[in-house]
Design a protein around this ligand. Structure first.
Ligand SMILES: C[S@@+](CC[C@H](N)C(=O)[O-])C[C@H]1O[C@@H](n2cnc3c(N)ncnc32)[C@H](O)[C@@H]1O
Length: 210
């Protein structure tokens, strides 16, 4: 082991010991270095065309990177369900909700094969950098249709395969956009939009059909 590898390992161990696993996960999901520049969150939210009062599920909410932006977009009359399978991250989100102005956000503990979104049906299931985590996605999103209200949509932001350093960093955490389209069609959705302004991610929107 080289001295620099050892330094990285020691630093990582210290970070985990001092900050805890949830902290590290949250930072990893939110980005250590300026995610805004490549994520363009304001443009993503604008492209979703949400209206005040809409109900949205943020599937795989993680550290809430998009959750609170979605909450601002739907306003106090709207609702955002922050859905995740990780109880540590959900507790972190609960602290932000209780301590702040986000009364329209509710955390939801999902099963790995079922988002368990409460209520009468949402207008949008939004998911960012989570699609690759889901197993048997066609069956998952076929089942998830019951959580959508009339005309409900599913928006999927997902890393594309990368070259060079990014490929090493994100490893298998990506899905080919054509594969997403194929799987969503098989699950009974039609693609209604495909945005190409994100350099690292695909951004596709589907509506339940048939
Ligand atoms: C890479 S993070 C993305 C977090 C956030 N959406 C973002 O863009 O920063 C993936 C999240 O998906 C969650 N996750 C993984 N499998 C899931 C599943 N089957 N259902 C819901 N959430 C899941 C993980 O716990 C994690 O918080």
């Amino acid at each position: 082991m080289t001295a620099s590898t050892l330094r990285v390992l020691v630093a990582l161990t210290l970070v985990i010991a001092l900050g805890g696993c949830t902290w590290l996960k949250r930072k990893a999901y939110d980005g250590f270095w300026g995610r805004e520049s490549w994520q363009q969150p304001a443009r993503v939210i604008e492209a979703l065309g949400l209206s005040p009062g809409d109900r949205v599920a943020d599937l795989g909410a993680g550290g809430g990177y998009f959750t609170f932006l979605l909450a601002e977009a739907v306003g106090p009359q709207g609702r955002v369900y922050a859905v995740d399978v990780d109880t540590g991250l959900l507790s972190y989100l609960d602290e932000r909700i209780v301590g702040g102005e986000y009364e329209n956000v509710q955390t939801v503990l999902a099963d790995f094969d079922d988002p368990r979104i409460p209520g009468e049906g949402v207008d949008l299931i939004f998911t960012s950098n989570t699609y690759h985590h889901i197993e048997d996605r066609t069956a998952y999103f076929e089942r998830a249709r019951r959580y959508l209200g009339p005309g409900g949509r599913v928006a999927i932001v997902e890393f594309k395969k990368q070259d060079g350093l990014m490929s090493w960093l994100i490893g298998g955490h990506s899905t080919d956009p054509a594969e997403i389209d194929r799987e969503m069609r098989a699950a009974g959705y039609d693609r209604v939009a495909s945005h190409d302004f994100l350099e690292r991610q695909s951004f596709q929107v589907f509506r339940a059909g048939r």
